[in-house]
Structures are given as structure tokens and as C-alpha cells.
Design a protein around this ligand. Structure first.
Ligand code: GAL
Length: 381
């Protein structure tokens, strides 16, 4: 009820500022969480063809519609029709807020301030994406609409993770803001505070296919990554600690390159394709810097990702296995890809990597903007 009365105030404000369009719709029911809590789905939209839907289960991006070069909108991310899909074994972190620590922690172990911590091993022999029972992707967040300082409309998700949840130290209070801009930009910002030193590394795990979710492949997409270096891994996908140049490897995406051009060179490696953390180049003091450009020649959609984070995980959907999901679409092997802005995997066990330790009294912040535009077809000579 509280949400609804807040909603109407917000809706009225939106109506007064824009004159015509409401940018946030009433939340709808979206099923139940594993512990029986009601889950809701919230909607934001602009006047340029962008609509996004976010669920309170995992503060998860469920739908993201953007126009193609002919102006026709399609949903470009993987998802499920309701909460039960997100809780099923076939869900592979589609669109979720991932953490408390995204990616892997070696053998699920770390030491901090003289204490040893053990986390769930859910990706033999390592800990992956925050755990099993109550990672951030499986808990129900509180949601409210808000009017952002810059941007059309926002959804704020809050969750307080108790001390020791999934084995992590400290009571962690987390806020994730989704903001839609007048142009087709989605900005996601993360904030967290703790009462004990604890590792934090948050990302969104959206799987993109810019031809529309369920399209057969992303190997025809073109990718540019603003990264001269990457963090090589062992055969369990844990960083060795080295930082090496992409030059001369299939990981060189410094120029726009077709994803399928060299992927077969990686099929027989532990990563099974692309599944690497790239060290983003930074120039000057701008907080938000270009991380990635993804283009789909067929639809003409282009996604540009800017972030405050030092790294990005490019994962080419190698574990997608043909699950039938949202709208009855099938997600084949390599039919969607993730570009997860983050601190480097297993940073808690690598002193030389940028630190992921949040101290009491400090605020964790991280922002990533996903900007959608279109480009014209190349003219045949
Ligand atoms: C990615 C990770 C992959 C895989 C995937 C989920 O973030 O890099 O190795 O675990 O999530 O299926």
C-alpha cells in the first residue's frame, strides 16, 4: 500500500514534469521467492522506445526493450516469465544483481583481519557469484520509484544482508538504482555500507543478444573492448595474478571485431570460449569511462557501456544449453553474451589487484551506463 501511495505521488510528479507520459508503471505480481515472499515486477519507460522491467527477486533486469535501425523495439536480454524461472536450475544468473562478490573466489576461502572465512563451493572447486541459498540474486529486495537528479525516472532497490549471510562478514546494506534517461540509456548505480570489513564486488549479469533475445547466435555481433590487458586464469578460471597484454591473442578486441572470428581458438580451453576479465584502459580523471561497444549488423542496434569499474568480464554464453525461457524462447549455446563490469575476480586473494574490501564508515559506489543507439547498414559499392 505504501508503495502504491508513493507511486501515485511519483506518477503525479512525472506527469507534471513531462506533461504527458508516465515513465513508471504500477508494479505487478511476479510469483514468489524460495522462502514464499511475494515478488514484484516494476517498469520504467521513456518516449524513445526503451522499456525496462526489473524484479524485486535479485533486483533483476527481466526485460530491456530498445529500438532497431527501423525504430522497431525488441527485448534484447535473456530472462524468465516469472520468479519460478529465476529459481530454477536452468537459470544462469540472467539479469540479476550479482554478489555479494560476483565471479569466483578461489576454493571459497579468504582471510581478512586475521580471520579465515569459508564460503559455499558452488562451482567446483570455487565459490561463484555470492553463493547458493541467499546470494543477492535470490533474495527479495524492497523497491520504490524515485525521481533522479539526472534522468527521467528511477527504481531504487534496497536489501540488508545480515552478518554472516552466505558466509560473508558484516551486515551489508545495499542499494541498487536503475535510472532510465531521456535518450536510450539505462544507468545502474550500486551503493553499500558495512559494519565489519568485508569484500564487495557487484555487477549486473544481463545476457544480451541485440537481434532480440532467443536469436540463434551472438557470434555475428561485433565487439570492441577498451582493454589492452586481461587477467589470465588457471584451469578453474581463477586469476593467476598476472596481468598480460591482449595483443597477439584471440582476446584482442581493441578494434571492433566479430565475436565468432577467433572464438574457436578458445573452445578447447577451460573457458570454453570467451570468459575472461579484461583490465579496462583509463584516461584522465573522468569517473565513467568507455568499457565496451557491441554492435549487431543485422538489427543495427549498438550498445555502449561506460563504467566506474576497473574490469569487465566478457562471457560468450558458453554454458547456455538450449533452455526454454521467457516468451517461450530457446537460449542456445552462445546465443547471448554478458559484459559484466566489475573489480577483478578473486581480488580478495590477490593483494596486487584493486581492493574489493569495504571498511565500516566508508561507502561502496559503482556505476555503469548502458547506452543504446543504432547505426546504418554499410552501403554495397
Ligand atoms: C559468468 C562467469 C561464467 C559462468 C556464468 C554463469 O559471469 O564468468 O564462468 O559462471 O557467469 O553461468
Amino acid at each position: 500500500m505504501k508503495l502504491n501511495s508513493r507511486f501515485s505521488q511519483f506518477a503525479l510528479a512525472a506527469l507534471l514534469t513531462t506533461g504527458v507520459t508516465l515513465h513508471a508503471a504500477e508494479p505487478v505480481k511476479f510469483g514468489k521467492s524460495a522462502d514464499g515472499k511475494q515478488v514484484h515486477l516494476h517498469t520504467l519507460k521513456n518516449n524513445k522506445g526503451m522499456t525496462l522491467k526489473v524484479s524485486t527477486l535479485g533486483a533483476t533486469l527481466v526485460e530491456l526493450h530498445v529500438p532497431d535501425r527501423a525504430g522497431k523495439s525488441a527485448d534484447v536480454i535473456n530472462g524468465w516469465d516469472d520468479a519460478s524461472g529465476y529459481l530454477s536450475e536452468d537459470n544462469q544468473y540472467f539479469g540479476c544483481t550479482t554478489g555479494r562478490v560476483c565471479n569466483r573466489i578461489a576454493k571459497g576461502k579468504f582471510s581478512l583481519n586475521g580471520e579465515d572465512y569459508e564460503l559455499a563451493i558452488n562451482n567446483e572447486p570455487n565459490h561463484l557469484h555470492g553463493g547458493v541459498e541467499r546470494p543477492l540474486s535470490r533474495v527479495v529486495w524492497k523497491a520504490e520509484e524515485f525521481k533522479p537528479k539526472s534522468g527521467l525516472a528511477g527504481l531504487r532497490f534496497r536489501y540488508t544482508s545480515p552478518d554472516g549471510e552466505e558466509g560473508y562478514p558484516g551486515k551489508l546494506t545495499i542499494t541498487v538504482n536503475y535510472v532510465i534517461m531521456e535518450e536510450n540509456i539505462l544507468r545502474i548505480s550500486y551503493f553499500a555500507r558495512t559494519d565489519k570489513a568485508t569484500p564487495v564486488n557487484l555487477t549486473n549479469h544481463a545476457y544480451f543478444n541485440l537481434s532480440g533475445h532467443g536469436s540463434p547466435t551472438v557470434l555475428n555481433h561485433m565487439l570492441r573492448l577498451n582493454a589492452d590487458n586481461y587477467t589470465p586464469t588457471d584451469d578453474t578460471l581463477i586469476p593467476t595474478g598476472k596481468i598480460e597484454p591482449v595483443e597477439g591473442t584471440p582476446l584482442d578486441f581493441r578494434k571492433l571485431t566479430k565475436i565468432g572470428a577467433r572464438i574457436e581458438k578458445l573452445t578447447d580451453t577451460a573457458a570454453l570460449g570467451y570468459d575472461h576479465n579484461f583490465v579496462l584502459n583509463r584516461k584522465g580523471d573522468e569517473k565513467m569511462q568507455l568499457a565496451a561497444v557491441l554492435r549487431d549488423p543485422k538489427s543495427g542496434r549498438q550498445l555502449q557501456i561506460r563504467t566506474t569499474e576497473p574490469g569487465i568480464q566478457f562471457y560468450s554464453g558458453n554454458f547456455l544449453k538450449g533452455q526454454v525461457a521467457k516468451d517461450g524462447k530457446t537460449y542456445a549455446h552462445r546465443s547471448a553474451l554478458c559484459l559484466e563490469t566489475q573489480h577483478f575476480p578473486d581480488s580478495v586473494n590477490h593483494k596486487d589487484f584493486p581492493s574489493t574490501i569495504l571498511e565500516p564508515g566508508k561507502q561502496f559506489t559503482s556505476t555503469t551506463a548502458y547506452s543504446f543507439t543504432t547505426f546504418e547498414k554499410k552501403k554495397k559499392k
